[in-house]
Unconditional design. Sequence first.
Length: 134
Amino acid sequence: MTQPKTKYPSAFYAAAGVGDLVYEQLRKLQTKAIEFGNEQAPQWKRRVADFSVKVDAGKVRESVVTGTQVAAEKATHVYSTLVARGTKAFAEEAKAETAPKTETPAKADAPKADAPKADAPVAKKAAAPRKKAA
């Protein structure tokens, strides 16, 4: 199956299709939410009134504030840890790039077997023969 020539890649059109589908479903959801709200509003209002009598808003507020502060402290700690780790990684990379490449003294004294000598001519490697197509 060939696809027709288009101005944009197919992934772009797929993303637009997803967006259109989501928009259509949200419009349906809005209509259903209005219908549900009209049918169920009296029951929910009664339940909320019953619940508000049972719950102390001050305690809930205090609990939410405390939980938020703890979460913020944890998030700050995680962020600081990530920043330190990233800084260390970049420092190690920069250090590795700027450090001169030195050989160990034992290897520096020994001649390399695969290194060509300065006065010896360098021979080119012969190309491997090609395989015949079957």
